[in-house]
Design a protein around this ligand. Structure first.
Ligand code: ADP
Ligand code: MG
Length: 331
């Protein structure tokens, strides 16, 4: 359809308050821009379309805490927040970036995919060591999709009475069914312990089973993300339940300089040549490198310098290595 006609239809839909038509016509305009290879504009339009939509919804429906599921002692089982993280915030391997883009594309084109009786990827398992971006990536997906993020609070979900734990999980999913979210089960091992572990309490196995059953029968437009640092402990039944499994490891040598630049943004790198630190920082996680950058900046500020110095940066790396050694020896 010609651009002029699309714009007219868009305004008519707006005037009539026809949300669905408005969204469809907007998507047509976005597709049109993509065809012309205006990908940056198309991405921006898509982001605006989805985030405006969900922000309105957030304020309309979920300002009342009474709606949030709670345990028997009235402690909330979840926390809902709006994400302000986007793909730009993430330093990630090419392969993982491709998978994330595919997840976003499938989400944006859910209707077309469903019309072929196929399902978009909605249930995701994130694994890998701490500090390599699992939680951040869940927030980025929420930000890009303009969906609120539901953090499940395992401190309240896991009850000393295991029967209550299962009922808490059910409450969370029942609540989640009512709308569209990114539903995040962070540090999911707390429920997902291997069912083959002979030391596992019988009741805990039942909890894992009911989690799997609830997850299986959970049909929604929400993105469900489970994160674990101990993927080896999860049994294969759990893996099969997910449409996509992503492994997050420490940054590659190519990514280390990018990460330093990202985490020192706004502060002069001064005499630092980021390429020179690849060897020293190899093996550190994203979170370690973020900490090093932030600590180094603070130390420079305290020395009344408005740029980073090699002395301070190297000292900060040594200090982070010392911290990790303590941690490893303790572990
Ligand atoms: N891939 C990444 N790109 C940029 N920052 C990262 C990345 N991974 C982790 N970080 C930073 O490290 C910290 C911990 O990340 P997080 O996502 O909580 O790790 P995980 O959930 O894997 O333990 C956060 O402050 C985050 O900003
Ligand atoms: Mg995490």
């Amino acid at each position: 359809m010609a651009r002029g006609d699309l714009l007219k239809k868009l305004l008519v839909a707006y005037n009539r308050g026809e949300d669905k038509a408005f969204k469809e016509i907007s998507m047509e305009i976005i597709k049109d821009e993509r065809k012309k290879n205006h990908n940056v504009l198309a991405d921006q339009l898509q982001r605006i379309l989805y985030s405006e939509h969900s922000t309105n919804r957030m304020f309309r429906d979920f300002t009342s805490l009474a709606l949030v599921p709670k345990d028997d002692d009235e402690v909330p089982l979840i926390e809902i927040r709006k994400s302000n993280k986007y793909l730009d915030d993430l330093i990630i391997s090419k392969d993982n970036k491709t998978i994330l883009n595919q997840i976003l594309e499938e989400y944006w084109n859910s209707e077309r995919i469903k019309s072929y009786n196929l399902r978009p990827k909605l249930k995701l398992l994130f694994c890998g060591p701490p500090g390599c971006g699992k939680t951040l990536t869940a927030e980025v997906l929420a930000g890009e999709l303009g969906l609120p993020i539901v953090y499940n609070r395992f401190d309240s979900i896991i009850s000393s009475y295991l029967g209550d734990t299962a009922s808490n999980i059910r409450k969370v999913f029942d609540f989640a069914k009512k709308d569209t979210w990114v539903l995040l089960f962070d540090e999911f091992d707390a429920i997902g312990k291997s069912r083959n572990d002979p030391n596992e309490h019988g009741e805990l196995k039942r909890v894992v089973n009911s989690f799997l059953q609830i997850l299986d029968s959970f049909v929604s437009n929400s993105l469900v993300i489970a994160c674990t640092n101990h993927e080896g402990m999860l049994d294969t039944a759990i893996w099969r339940r997910f449409d996509e499994v992503i492994y997050f490891g420490p940054p590659s040598d190519d990514d280390i300089p990018l990460l330093i630049r990202k985490k020192t943004l706004g502060f002069h790198l001064g005499e630092i040549n980021v390429e020179n630190y690849i060897d020293q920082l190899s093996g550190f996680t994203h979170a370690d490198i973020e900490r090093i950058c932030h600590e180094a900046i603070k130390a420079c500020i305290l020395k009344d310098k408005d740029y980073l110095t090699e002395d301070v940066f190297s000292q900060t790396i040594r200090n982070q290595r010392r911290r990790l050694d303590i941690y490893r020896n303790e572990g």
